[in-house]
Design a protein around this ligand. Structure first.
Ligand code: AHM
Ligand code: MG
Length: 343
C-alpha cells in the first residue's frame, strides 16, 4: 500500500532563491511591469555565465592557442576583454529590450541592428574591468547599468540616451570573477548578492540586503602614485596609515580591479579611492562604465560615493568616455577623506 505524500508548499525552499526567481518575484510585485526588465536582466546574466566560463579557462586558452592567434579548433584567440564585449552585445542586441548600448571597449554608441526591435532600455557596461589581472589569475569583473531611454520609443537610441546621470539609473550591478563568481545588483532600494554554482549553472542568493559598515579599517588606493598626487591626498594617506590616540592604522588592500576592491569594501567596509593625479588630471575611472554604476550600488548599500566635491550620481555626463575621480565606501571613511581632500 502506498503512503500519501504530504502536499502543499514547502515551508522553506530546498533549493534556495535563484536569481531568476528573485527577478520574477520582483516583477510580480510591480503591477505595471512588462517583463522587459526581467528579460534584459536574464540576457545580462547569460552573458555573465559565458564570460565567467571563458575567464576560468583563460590560462588554458593561452596554452591551447600557442601561436597567440589560433586555438586548436583553428579559431581566432581573442583578447578576453574583446570577447567579453562581444558576448554582451550579442546576447542583448536581439532581445528587443534595449535601443542603444555603451561600452568601455567601444568608442561610439553601439546601435541595435535595424532588423531587431528597438527597446525601451539603455545598457552601459565595462565588459572586463581590471583586465590587467587576467594573466595572474587575480579577480576581475563586469560592471553594468540600465537606464530608461529618454528619446521617443520605437526609434534607434542616440547619444542622448547614454549621457544620463547615475541618479536616473534603473538598476546597476557587477559580476566579480574571483574564487567564486558573484553577481551583485541593486534597483535602488537594496543590494543583493548571488553566488554562482557552476554545477547547476545558476546564481543563488547568498548575500541578501548587503549593508556597508558605517566605518571600516581598510583603505584601497594605488599608493604607487603618491608622488603624483595633490598634497592634500598625500596628507590623508599619511594620516590613515598612521596610528593616533583616536584610531589604529588602517590596512592597505589594493587588487587593482575596481570591482574586486569595491566588492571587498561593500562587505568589509573601508574606502576605495582613485584621485586625480599629474597623469590623470580628471581621475582615471570612467564615469559611465565604472563610477556611476558602482556609486549606485554603494549608495543603495548605505555608503557614500563622491568625486571629491559632489555625489557621483549627480554628475551630468558630457561625453561617453568621461573620467572622474572616485572616493567611495563607508560613510565615516569617505567623510574623513573628503575633509582632507577639501582642506
Ligand atoms: P580597465 O577598465 O582598463 O581594466 O582599468 C580600470 C582599472 C580599475 O579596475 C582599477 O581600479 C584601476 O584601473 C587600476 O588602475 P591602476 O593600475 O592605475 O591602479
Ligand atoms: Mg574598467
Amino acid at each position: 500500500m502506498s503512503r500519501a505524500l504530504s502536499v502543499g508548499p514547502p515551508k522553506e525552499s530546498p533549493i534556495g532563491t535563484t536569481l531568476e526567481r528573485h527577478l520574477l518575484d520582483r516583477q510580480r510585485s510591480m503591477p505595471d511591469a512588462t517583463g522587459d526588465f526581467t528579460g534584459l536582466f536574464q540576457q545580462i546574466t547569460l552573458a555573465a555565465k559565458i564570460i565567467g566560463s571563458r575567464v576560468s579557462k583563460a590560462g588554458l586558452s593561452g596554452i591551447l592557442g600557442r601561436t597567440g592567434t589560433t586555438n586548436v579548433q583553428g579559431e581566432q584567440v581573442q583578447k578576453l576583454d574583446e570577447f567579453a564585449n562581444q558576448t554582451i552585445v550579442s546576447t542583448v542586441e536581439a532581445g528587443g529590450h534595449v535601443c542603444v548600448m555603451g561600452s568601455e571597449e567601444v568608442e561610439e554608441p553601439i546601435a541595435i541592428p535595424p532588423q531587431y526591435p528597438q527597446g525601451k532600455y539603455v545598457l552601459q557596461f565595462d565588459p572586463l574591468d581590471g583586465s590587467g589581472n587576467i594573466d595572474i589569475n587575480a579577480s576581475i569583473g563586469t560592471i553594468f547599468s540600465i537606464h530608461r531611454r529618454v528619446t521617443p520609443e520605437g526609434q534607434p537610441g542616440t547619444l542622448k540616451d547614454l549621457l544620463q546621470p547615475g541618479s536616473d539609473i534603473v538598476a546597476a550591478g557587477y559580476i566579480v570573477y574571483g574564487s567564486s563568481n558573484m553577481l551583485v545588483y541593486s534597483t535602488g532600494s537594496q543590494v543583493d548578492g548571488f553566488t554562482y554554482d557552476p554545477g547547476v549553472g545558476e546564481f543563488f542568493l547568498s548575500h541578501p540586503n548587503i549593508r556597508i559598515p558605517e566605518r571600516g579599517n581598510i583603505y584601497s588606493i594605488n599608493e604607487g602614485n603618491y608622488h603624483n598626487w595633490d598634497e592634500r591626498i598625500q596628507k590623508w594617506v599619511d594620516w590613515i596609515k598612521t596610528p593616533t590616540p583616536e584610531k589604529k592604522a588602517y590596512r592597505l588592500r589594493y587588487i587593482g580591479a575596481m570591482v574586486a576592491d569595491l566588492h571587498r569594501t561593500l562587505l568589509r567596509g573601508g574606502i576605495f579611492v582613485y584621485p586625480p593625479d599629474i597623469k590623470n588630471k580628471k581621475g582615471k575611472l570612467r564615469l559611465l562604465y565604472e563610477a556611476s554604476p558602482m556609486a549606485f550600488v554603494v549608495e543603495a548599500a548605505g555608503g557614500v560615493a563622491s568625486d571629491g566635491k559632489s555625489r557621483i550620481l549627480t554628475i551630468q555626463p558630457k561625453e561617453l568616455h568621461q573620467r572622474t575621480p572616485v572616493f567611495m565606501g563607508s560613510p565615516a571613511d569617505v567623510a574623513d577623506a573628503l575633509r582632507f581632500a577639501n582642506a
